[in-house]
Design a protein around this ligand. Structure first.
Ligand SMILES: Cc1cc2nc3c(=O)[nH]c(=O)nc-3n(C[C@H](O)[C@H](O)[C@H](O)COP(=O)(O)OP(=O)(O)OC[C@H]3O[C@@H](n4cnc5c(N)ncnc54)[C@H](O)[C@@H]3O)c2cc1C
Length: 426
């Protein structure tokens, strides 16, 4: 009999599981359905480029229906609302249900605001393509209003940008913004005094890029300070409203733009998952990514340690390795074979510092500067899904060496100067 497998989420982990199950689909052992609330796969590492107009929005996404068609998988574009673990049924929107024999949960993560007053309402999260589009529109809006404002305090507030979180995403967003401001905005807005532009990076830990090589933390810190970013370490954001960001030492930074790149938590449904949750509200899994009988969780959604007891980081390579393992273990269980534990392999990382500079660690070897940027470009191009996307992103990367950032405001967020302190964020 054909086993019905359902995978929730077509991100890095879910797609890798799909690919690993493809041979069993072809020989008729499995029928697989992928359900995702979006109809595209999104390549997150290039989101900072989208937020600053260095990379074209559509170039970092790929239609999930096409991938599924190639692999013989049924695609359902819908949101999983609740799971009935006893009856093995997913409840979706439009009163639809999706029964399963085996389930792989690869639903990613959600932004964690840690209950900080005003953060959910006022901060700009940075997880999705829409977040990147909104942030780009907000940044351009602030420059447009600063161009029209006449008093100094208003202009300074409009041109102050605070980034919470000094991890890879925070450092990359900060670097890309600075690159955009100095290379594009300064020329486009000649009447705006550049000394009014302030970018603050607030990190709660003792160094930037915690968990990565110390030398790369030092390079990133020195680079950001050199280009004029105010880096604040050992500090947390404790409150935010439409016009101010408050830190835990009482400092108030007048700013309309707080970008929230810190903190993730497990994905939530309309009613709780029917299985235990571990750290940060993620699904607890064993070293083989198993949640319960017939259920696996992978990627950012899973609280997983590998066979050495080391927690698997919430990064794309972790999600991909877990996705492959969950699929393999699913097949092993069906065959009555023993399952295997995850042996997480850290392949390294890239951190973009804007202006075609990067710090990287590849298989433990540190690289930095322009050479690292070329490697970054090469690796990301290889990892893009589909030849067309590879060509499009390659074109963007080459273009970014010669031309300015695209500052078109596609997302509607026009405001009047007098509204800027009052209007809630869209
Ligand atoms: C801005 C940014 C930059 C990053 N840069 C890097 C980087 O350079 N290198 C790196 O290794 N990692 C990076 N990461 C982290 C990496 O993207 C994640 O670790 C990875 O995407 C996790 O994969 P996943 O499959 O668990 O989840 P995701 O890739 O997030 O996929 C989850 C999928 O589940 C779907 N989904 C969620 N809930 C539901 C639901 N209820 N019903 C149906 N579908 C649902 C979502 O639509 C999504 O398609 C970055 C992340 C961000 C946000």
């Amino acid at each position: 009999m054909t086993t019905q497998v359902v995978i929730i989420g077509g991100g890095f982990g879910g797609l890798e599981a799909c690919k690993a199950l493809a041979p069993a689909i072809r020989n008729g052992r499995l029928s697989v359905t992928l359900v995702d609330k979006e109809n595209f796969f999104q390549f997150n590492p290039l989101l900072p480029g989208v937020a600053t107009g260095a990379v074209e929005t559509r170039h970092i996404v790929y239609p999930l229906r096409r991938v599924c068609q190639e692999l013989g998988i049924r695609f359902v574009r819908n949101k999983v609302r609740t799971v009935d673990g006893d009856r093995r049924i997913l409840h979706l929107h439009n009163e639809l249900t999706l029964p399963y024999d085996r389930l792989i949960i690869a639903a990613g993560s959600a932004t964690n605001y840690y209950g900080i007053p005003g953060a959910r309402e006022n901060a700009f999260p940075f997880k999705t393509l829409m977040d990147a589009i909104r942030l780009r529109a907000q940044v351009v809006e602030m420059w447009e209003l600063a161009d029209q404002a006449t008093d100094l305090a208003t202009r300074r507030r409009l041109l102050t940008f605070v980034i919470a979180g000094g991890g890879i995403t925070g450092v990359e967003v900060c670097s890309e913004l600075l690159h955009m401001f100095t290379s594009t905005m300064a020329r486009l807005y000649p009447s705006v005094p550049q000394n009014l532009v302030n970018v603050h990076l607030v990190e709660a830990g003792e160094r930037l890029l915690g968990g990565l090589r110390q030398e790369h933390s030092d390079v990133a810190l020195a680079h950001l300070r050199r280009v004029g970013v105010t880096v604040v370490l050992h500090r947390k954001v404790t409150a935010v409203d439409a016009a101010n960001v408050t830190l835990d030492d009482g400092t108030v930074i007048p700013a309309h733009t707080l970008v929230w790149t810190t903190g993730i938590r497990g994905p939530s449904l309309e009613s709780p998952w029917p299985w235990p949750l571990g750290r940060a509200g993620k699904l607890t899994v064993d070293t083989g990514c198993r949640v319960a009988d017939g259920v696996w969780a992978v990627g950012d959604a899973a609280d997983c340690v590998d066979e050495t007891g080391t927690p698997v980081p919430a990064v794309a390579q972790g999600a991909m390795q877990m996705g492959r393992l969950a699929a393999t273990n699913l097949l092993s269980e069906l065959d009555g074979h023993p399952t295997t534990a995850l042996r997480y392999r850290d392949l390294g990382y890239f951190v973009g510092l804007g202006k075609h500079s990067t710090v990287a660690s590849m298989m433990g070897v540190p690289v930095s500067g322009v050479l690292a940027w070329y490697l970054w470009a090469l690796v990301y191009l290889v990892k893009m899904v589909g030849f067309r996307k590879q060509v499009e992103v390659a074109t963007d990367m080459i273009k970014s060496i010669f031309v300015d950032h695209d500052t078109s405001q596609i997302h509607e967020r026009r405001r009047m100067l007098r509204d800027v302190d009052m209007e809630p964020r869209l």
